[in-house]
Ligand binder design. Sequence first.
Ligand code: IVH
Length: 693
Amino acid sequence: MSSVITKEDTQKEIVRLSDLIDYHSHLYYQKNTTEISDYEFDQLLDKLIHLEDLFPELKSPFSPTQRVGGPVTKEFEAVVHKYPMLSLGNTYSRDDIIEFDKRVAKGLEGQDYEYICELKFDGVAISLTYKKGLLVRAVTRGDGIRGDDVTANAKTIRTLPLKIKNKDSPEEFEVRGEVFLSKEAFRKLNEERADIGEETYVNARNTSSGTLKLHDSSEVARRRLDCYLYSLLGPESDVKTHEESIAKLIDMYFNVSPTFRKCHNVTEIFDYIDEWETRRFKLPVETDGVVIKVNSISQQEELGYTAKSPRWAISYKYKAESATTKLKDITYQVGRTGAITPVAELVPVFLAGTTVKRASLHNANEIARLDLRIGDIVFIEKGGEIIPKVTRVDISKRGYNVPKVTFITNCPECNTPLVRKQGEAVHYCPNEKGCSTQIQGRIEHFIQRKAMNIESLGPETIRGLLDKGLIHDGAGLYTLNFDDLNGLEFTMQTGKDRMMKSRSLREKSAQNIIKAVEKSKSRPFENVLFGIGIRYVGATVSEKLVNHFKTIERIQDAGFDELIEAEDIGERIAHSIESFFKDSDNLNFINKLKYAGLILEKQDDISEIQSGVLNGKTFVVSGTFKNFSRDEIKESVKSHGGIIISSVSAKLDYLLTGEKPGPSKISKAGKLGISMITENEFLEMIATLNQDV
Ligand code: IVH
């Protein structure tokens, strides 16, 4: 039972919860430790969201709930930097560092001095302004003089304080640092993109830069940008050294990489450079060099600036390991969505621990940019990550009249003419239904660990089954018997399945596949839905859809408007789902999965259901209630088979209103003629209907 809550009490509780959440976020994201469970943390956040919903006027733009992103920014406002954002002189040579040190010594005319060495993080520079302890503005570097205001996007960075706890922080100050996607966040983002059939991003740096400029801050929040801060600027700063300013940043809970070190001379700088040359690969973020800064702020001022960069700092860049080899050929791979990826086939070359034989060329633009010709000697590099890339051609080694590479015009698998949508870099094979490689790709997606988990089935076996006409899609796997699989021996020539040549091994393998197929029938609905492979429906979206709609029929019947009511389902996903279920082949596929006995409804909730009296009816809940908290009444709707949606549309069945319901919801429901029911009417509804059951 909830008692009457006053606005003053709520205000106090909001402050208490916000502080608590900030404190635990700092522990979790920066100190890698926890004092409460994830569940308890989520409860705090849910409580805060609930209170802010009750009194929207008490919601602060610096609340931890703002990290999830908000409305779409149409255009970024251009902002002039108070202090220009300069760049650093770059060098790859140690001699240049010796020269730099000589210049510093000369400029400081015999004074003692020391350096701070830091790693150079490979992301995008950001400038943050705090006033009265609040983050008021985040601006990109832009041209160094003016940049874009990306405050809404920066606020989604969990390690970035929106409020400074430290009471004696300056009235107004600016902090600078580097925004990046950690190696893990980048890997996850690409994995999700591959899962929904999207082209993967090439490198973390460009992706973090693109992400910071997205107009939809909730998408930015999802991608989990992070940032390291490395400088604190005035106006009336009392710090005497760079080291002190780092300490101050740490004190104010900014995320500072612990990798900096004080160095007294060039030898110590070289030791730092040597040490981090290999250690840096173990860090969570990509780095491409070392920044060497004079420590004393007054000495920095004495040394001053050139037009572009400070005289008191320099950056040393690590050379990416590279090798040269010959481009033998370019082949083309067809993905499950029909996307064509050109691949450089290389004379094998040893580079940074592995032999490189192939490297992705991504798309036709990349081939044109590199101006590749077959037979060229090319440079191969490996950046911080393991994926090798072709960086340029050694033109001096090219013969005369070697023709340019022309991108294929037809699918290498099914010969269908390729298409390239306007504004897109990628070519596609449009023969979705008939191109056997696309069909195979969809089956490989269907059986992967995150979907049906039938990974004992290798690609060669799938190919064999397709070639023999034993299956046409993932559903076909449920019709196979032991003899079908055991009889595949002669179609297998290469790869993982070669081992199956011996009879006993082949039989064992066939049995394993049959077992795994059988076992997959108990995979939960969200895994099955992901495996079905609807474009843009990755693992996370599948989970959201399953939680919201519960059964495949409800997803199928939900039109566009209803789909976008579900959490995190945007227009692009909704369109894709809608058009998937309009296709009769897809419906046929789903029917075959049903017939095979796969789970196509959410199980936990089904057993929790107290009655099915509200089955399929949609509800919007608004206001405060006497007998329930808002979450409790939503749970009650769901436990009787109803569906909670967040906004009023023509398809809504009931608007369930408590005290102080949202006026816009009431008026919209009125206009659309939606039934509005009170808490008591709701209680009666479930009581009467319960008796009927
Ligand atoms: S100090 C005057 N420290 O490198 C500029 N920069 O070319 C002082 N960067 O725009 C910058 N890690 O985006 C500094 N530890 C670090 C850095 C760093 C990365 C980037 C930054 C800057 C660029 C300079």
